[in-house]
Design a protein around this ligand. Structure first.
Ligand code: DAH
Length: 377
């Protein structure tokens, strides 16, 4: 009975011989299959995961092949594997026929073999697989709409890495080491970086604001950019929080940029997104990288400000953070804080998408449930 030999020589000629021996054994054994139990033994001997001949040739030929021979041996094994699998299929059918119709009926068996191999080929008369056209995800759709609002105002788009250094994510944005403002943006750090200086340690960025710094390092003022992207927080998922979400950041730096420019820009953007009846409201807040900082709300687009469930009866919905760029931040990028001024803002894209499409659970965006997603088709 055939046993798979160990290979010492992996030259094409040696592989030819080994493959030919194996195929001869395969053929002979297939021809001897006469009934259902023999079919099963044959199948197990050649294709069983555990110690079947296919498994053995992987172990004895492929795994022990030297690195440079792995490709050719692998290709050869794939051929043998499909030959074995086909032979097992044919032998199975032939064995069943032999059991049902004993005696020598070579003509019929040959016919059956042919028929089986034909069926195995592609039947071009079968209906094809319908692959429905995809549509953009509602979060990306909202992001694209936002981008186009700002592009029309002369902004360009900048991107930065999702795995960011402590320096760009915090320090250059005026979050000094150990500053309590860092606690509001807890995230994952890449492990094994204890040897590195704190500013070089890698983390998953908690906001798109680091792209402000990267942009100012690369461009001379005036600057008008928006920075879309994915961000990460150590937040437990619930109806309004997700450990991964998207932001759109904006930065405008020039001479004589005032808080009035910030208000006008964001007011225009919110009206473009939610309709011209929407009002904006600016309330004092704190971010380390802006001074003064504001929290921006819009009048509730669902009830027009009268009070309803989405706006928690207040008539307003808080949507984004913004402010005038802190002069310390200009210091980190060698911008002249005496001559320049600027504003920045950052908003959560899922938040806006929830408003736009009246979605009450942020998790819906991430489940991948077709019943939800199909509504945007
Ligand atoms: N980065 C802030 C956050 O994730 C949002 C933000 C606030 C961005 C104010 C800004 C800004 O550019 O000026 O919470």
């Amino acid at each position: 009975m055939y046993t798979v030999p160990k290979l010492e020589d992996f030259s094409p000629a040696a592989l030819d011989t080994a493959a030919a021996d194996l195929l001869a054994a395969l053929k002979a054994e297939a021809a001897a299959v006469e009934n259902e139990s023999a079919v099963e033994q044959f199948r197990i001997r050649w294709t069983a995961r555990k110690n079947g001949i296919i498994t053995q040739i992987v172990e004895l030929w492929l795994k022990s092949a030297p690195a440079e021979a792995k490709r050719t041996v692998g290709a050869r094994l794939n051929e043998l594997k499909s030959e074995i699998e086909n032979t097992v299929k044919v032998a199975k059918a032939v064995g069943l026929i032999r059991e049902a119709v004993p005696g020598d009926i070579p003509g019929q068996i040959a016919f059956a073999k042919n028929a089986i191999l034909k069926v195995e080929r592609v039947d071009i008369s079968l209906p094809g697989i319908v692959r429905p056209l995809g549509v953009r995800h509602p979060v990306l759709r909202t992001l694209d709409e936002l981008i186009s609002v700002f592009v029309k105002m002369g902004y360009s788009v900048a991107e930065g890495p999702e795995v960011e250094t402590d320096y760009y994510n915090f320090e250059a944005l005026n979050f000094p080491p150990n500053h309590p403002a860092r606690d509001t943006q807890d995230t994952l750090f890449v492990s094994g970086q204890e040897q590195k200086a704190q500013r070089d340690r890698l983390l998953l960025r908690t906001h798109t604001s680091p792209v402000q710094i990267r942009t100012m390092e690369n461009l001379k003022p005036p600057v008008r950019v928006i920075c879309p992207g994915k961000v990460h927080r150590n937040d437990a998922p619930d109806a309004t929080h997700s450990p991964v979400f998207h932001q759109l950041e904006g930065l405008c730096v020039d001479t004589n940029i005032t808080f009035g420019d910030l208000k006008g820009t964001l007011d225009h953007a919110m009206k473009s997104m939610f309709g011209s009846a929407v009002k904006t409201s600016f309330r004092p807040s704190f971010f380390p990288f802006t001074e003064p900082s504001v929290e921006v709300s819009i009048s509730c687009p669902f009830c027009g400000g009268k009070g309803c469930r989405p706006c928690k009866q207040s008539g307003w919905i808080e949507l984004l953070g913004a402010g005038m760029v802190d002069p310390n931040v200009f210091g980190f990028v060698n911008y002249d804080a005496k001559k320049l001024s600027g504003f920045a803002f950052g908003m959560g894209v899922e938040r806006l998408a929830m408003m736009t499409y009246n979605v009450d659970d942020i998790q819906q965006f991430f489940y991948g449930d077709m019943r939800f997603l199909e509504q945007f088709a």
